[in-house]
Design a protein around this ligand. Structure first.
Ligand code: MRU
Length: 360
């Protein structure tokens, strides 16, 4: 996507790989929307930390970062092929243990490993790792673009769309999942308006989705998370589109950012179509139901404190809660398939129970 900064407009992906320096490069997301900076991660451990600290976040972006991080680890290795595979296992586990809910992370790395196994020498394995991680990232961008093509047809001129969290291009390699239909609609000159849930506690909606929509020139308003029901009941929301961090192919149950479940229940209560947009890498083919999805519980600090700009471009942290109180902080929830109108995929729009048809 094109990014406008005070230095001009330039095309960016959220994350990419620089072979020469063996560095994973990415947009430093905690600094947004106040500062736009690129960060270089010089080894796979730094790349893993960037995932756990949410320098990069969002299912598809984590998936591509995992794939690149694995390639980065492969490329740095010196030694024989037997030791290479021990090293790959260590790199894989380090990256995997960063965040548990988004299945794209494991799917991205497995995609790379399957190809690397075909190599007969260290050089061949390293070459395959680089090539396949790039292929995974390119596919992520392409899948999101296709989600846009299919999803755009659901958006009528004048529609008011509500979204939760950031399933935008910052959560993927490019385009985004939930936002891709909106970006396509805009390019087709449809007038749309987006309600952006602020998405406490990390405010991905207020910080990232709102920034993306501003960059795209799409009219929007940030709303407090608990205002969504109010606007739905007043008839001001025509449809909801969200992303997902893991969707169970067997049932169509969807894990997404905490608060998604209550938006889905409210949408059903108010007869508002509720869509989920996902690339193929967000499908989990192993689990039997949404109840089995591992839900990340993050540090309570994220609830007790808030981060923002001091007005001079510096990021500051302030306590918002009572000093002696503890906090609970589940990062995701699961929306049962019965609340979901349709799942927008790169291969078309499906009812949750039809996802099984997508098995190759
Ligand atoms: O905790 P995050 O920011 O990595 O969470 C991911 C998300 O942004 C959302 O859950 C999003 O809606 C789906 S990821 C494409």
């Amino acid at each position: 996507m094109k990014v406008k900064t005070d230095k001009g407009t330039k095309e960016y992906r959220t994350v990419w790989f620089d072979r020469e320096s063996n560095a994973v490069r990415m947009i430093n997301q905690p600094l947004l929307p106040h500062r736009f900076e690129i960060i270089d991660l010089k080894n796979y451990r730094e790349t893993a930390s960037a995932i756990s600290n949410m320098v990069v976040r969002g299912a598809g972006a984590i998936g591509a970062t995992g794939a690149y991080g694995l390639a980065q680890g492969c490329l740095a290795f010196r030694g024989n092929l037997k030791d290479f595979w021990k090293h790959v296992e260590k790199v894989y586990q380090t990256l995997k243990n960063t965040r548990p809910t988004a299945v794209d992370l494991v799917n991205g790395m497995d995609f790379v490993i399957r190809e690397v196994k075909k190599g007969n020498s260290l050089e061949e394995c390293q070459e395959l790792a680089i090539k396949t991680s790039q292929k995974f990232a390119d596919e992520d961008a392409e899948h999101c673009k296709m989600i846009g093509e299919h999803g755009e047809k659901l958006i009528k001129n004048g529609f008011r769309v509500l979204t939760h969290c950031n399933a935008g291009w910052l959560a993927f390699v490019d385009w985004g999942s939930a936002t891709a239909p909106m970006y396509r609609a805009k390019r087709k000159d449809k007038e749309i308006f987006v309600f952006v849930d602020e998405t406490r506690p990390r405010l991905q909606g207020a910080r990232l989705t709102a920034w993306e929509l501003s960059q795209e020139g799409i009219k929007h308003a940030i709303i407090a998370d608990n205002a969504a029901g109010y606007y739905m009941k007043r008839g001001e929301v025509d449809m909801v589109i969200v992303g997902s961090d893991r969707t169970v192919a067997e049932t169509g149950d969807v894990a997404n950012k905490i608060g998604t479940y209550e938006k889905a229940v409210l949408a059903k209560e108010n007869n508002i179509p509720f869509y989920v947009a996902i690339p193929m890498s967000t499908l989990d083919w192993n689990l039997g139901s949404g109840e089995e999805i591992p839900i990340e519980e993050r540090d309570g600090e994220e609830v007790l404190f808030a981060w923002g700009s001091d007005g001079k471009g510096e990021r500051v942290k302030v306590r918002v809660a009572n000093a002696s109180s503890l906090a609970r902080n589940p990062a995701f929830d699961v929306t049962p398939a019965k609340y979901i109108t349709g799942i927008i995929t790169p291969r078309g729009i499906f009812k949750p129970e039809e996802l099984v048809k997508l098995k190759d």
